[in-house]
Design a protein around this ligand. Structure first.
Ligand SMILES: [Zn+2]
Ligand SMILES: [Zn+2]
Length: 553
């Protein structure tokens, strides 16, 4: 029998983590990629701005790539695209708002002539051996989609991020019918969002938040400052609605807030009366009870507008004693500390702050258990792969699938880089491909490796000592020095004695090198390093990075 062509599903990111989602679907000479996101660095990745997936597999198989399809416009789904486009040129398919937000991003990176194709729900795209269809889902950003990819092996559905909101703000409901239709025809595999799998029940509708806003806006006497995610266009809409209802003008603060809201408004995803949104410089023309400020910084990000307002470092917005601050988001795991720092900072100044646990000012954009079961029951997949979650989420989602009747052997808890090979009736894990993360530091991509990170950690904890010695090349003797400079280690003026001692240690080292006729600069440097390290550790139990520099004369 001839070798059967297999469908390969390869998650290059998004498994065992929440972030940098990217999944490869490959059949014969065709590759279709779903999403291409970034993630934020962990605490120990000092000085790293963002983290993107390792795409060496895609670079190696460049000529097979028929297109990148996008589920929605969140950073963990589109954030890595500018970096990847610099390596791989490929057509990109997405809904209108998703492409609008992406376009903004590409402009910042000066990327032109990118092939972008606006897709409508229900439209069928032919990308190599794949038929691709976008299906409307509801999420915390408008224009979100699940993707159905049909190859000769069968139909695979990737839910993207979703919740089942029966009363969405825009009125555009999730297309449960189409999912059911595909389910009836037979779905080979389902890859489903696991973010909220640990929560029982249903996620509340976005529209429930609107009531709380209307009440708070009605009662407030001073200004209202609301922090939320810029991309949560429906949330912003509800804040604007509450402002208009209470005759308040709206000021936007924070670069991403202004950018995203401008794109969303231009494309018709936000509706407000002319004159509702005013320039930040016109604020003083209004009484404080006529103003609402929508700002970034709901995660307490150090450079964000809200953090700067709270610490009185914002250039245009000064806190007033009767301001009401509303944080309309919940901290992403890991951000709890920065958020509570901002909240405490505000409370200490006597400012009233409302955050999630105090009132219903936030609902999640992800499906809870019952919604996940609904998705499962409609799609009825033969094979199930939980995605978009940490290990604990994936495991729990797998258990739910098994409870719903999926045979255990048909459920695959995968890791980034693993290859799932499928035929019409079988699925099995094959060999892995490279995966992992690439660190982006400012404009540099991938030039920060583990050694650089180790150095940064070392520097941040113990500081730096630079030893400068001038040596006579011919005689192999010290011409001047050693001089010692320290940064982030000890305050020199108070530790003059220590520095003197250190200088003596280096001098001795140099003398003994001279006696032993050591002329090799790198050998001398390593002697300096060893002796100084021993001295510093025995005297003050510190271990700074030591950088000997030898200048030749
Ligand atoms: Zn996501
Ligand atoms: Zn999302």
């Amino acid at each position: 029998m001839a070798k059967q062509n297999k469908l390969k599903i390869i998650p290059l990111g998004g498994l065992g983590e929440i972030g940098k989602n990217i999944t490869v679907h490959e059949y014969k000479d065709s590759i279709v990629i779903v999403d291409c996101g970034m993630t934020f660095p962990e605490d120990e990745m000092l000085g790293v701005d963002i983290v993107i997936p390792d795409i060496s597999y895609l670079i190696r198989n460049k000529e097979k790539i028929k297109g990148l399809v996008l589920t929605h416009g969140h950073e963990d789904h589109i954030g890595a695209i500018p970096y990847v486009l610099k390596k791989i040129d490929m057509p990109i398919y997405g809904t209108k708002l998703t492409l609008g937000l992406l376009n903004n991003k590409l402009k910042e990176h000066n990327l032109q002539n990118v092939q972008m194709h606006d897709v409508t729900y229900g439209e069928k795209l032919k990308l190599g051996h794949f038929d691709v269809e976008f299906i409307r889902v509801t999420h915390s950003i408008p224009d979100s989609a699940a993707i159905a990819l049909t190859s000769p092996v069968g139909t695979v559905i990737q839910t993207g991020d979703f919740k089942v909101d029966f009363t969405p703000i825009s009125g555009d409901k999730m297309d449960l019918n189409r999912l059911a239709e595909l389910g009836n025809k037979g779905v080979l595999a389902l890859l489903s969002d696991s973010t909220n799998v640990t929560r029982p029940g249903f996620t509340m509708s976005e529209s429930t938040v609107g009531d709380t806003f209307r009440n708070l806006f009605h009662m407030a006497e001073g200004r209202i400052i609301v922090a939320t995610f810029a991309s949560n266009v429906h949330r912003v809409q509800q804040i604007i609605d509450a402002a208009e209802l209470n005759e308040r003008k709206v000021v936007l603060s924070g670069r991403s807030m202004v950018n995203v809201i401008t794109v969303a408004a231009d494309l018709g995803y936000l509706k407000f009366k002319e004159g509702t949104i005013i320039d930040i410089n016109d604020m003083n023309k209004y009484r404080k009870d006529q103003l609402a400020i929508i700002t970034t910084g709901s995660q307490g990000e150090p450079m964000s507008a809200l953090t700067r307002i709270a610490s009185n470092e914002h250039r245009k917005i000064e806190l007033m004693h009767d301001d009401l601050v509303i944080i309309s988001a919940s901290p992403i795991p890991g951000n709890e500390k920065t958020v509570s720092r901002v909240v405490n900072n505000l409370l200490e100044q006597g400012i009233k702050v409302i955050y999630e646990s105090l009132a219903e000012i936030h609902v999640s954009g992800h499906a809870c258990q019952e919604e996940l079961k609904l998705m499962h029951s409609l799609v009825k997949p033969k094979f199930f792969i939980p995605v978009h979650g940490e290990a604990r989420h994936l495991k729990m989602h797998a258990d739910i699938s098994a409870d719903l009747g999926t045979p255990r052997e048909n459920i695959f808890i995968m890791e980034n880089g693993q290859v799932l090979e499928m035929t019409k009736n079988t699925a099995a894990l094959g060999a892995s491909v490279p995966s992992g993360h690439i660190l982006v530091d400012g404009l540099g991509v991938g030039d920060v490796g583990n050694i650089v990170l180790r150095d940064r950690k070392h520097l941040s904890e113990d500081g730096l000592i630079v030893v400068v010695v001038t040596m006579d090349k011919d005689k192999g003797k010290v011409a001047s020095g050693p001089d010692i400079v320290s940064r982030g280690f000890v305050y020199v003026r108070e530790s003059e004695d220590l520095m003197d001692e250190a200088r003596k240690v280096v001098k001795q080292t140099l003398e003994s090198c001279e006696e032993k006729k050591i002329r090799d600069w790198s050998a001398i440097k390593s002697n300096i390093r060893d002796d100084l390290r021993t001295f510093l550790y025995t005297t003050i139990k510190r271990n700074p990075m030591i950088l000997p520099i030898i200048m030749e004369v």
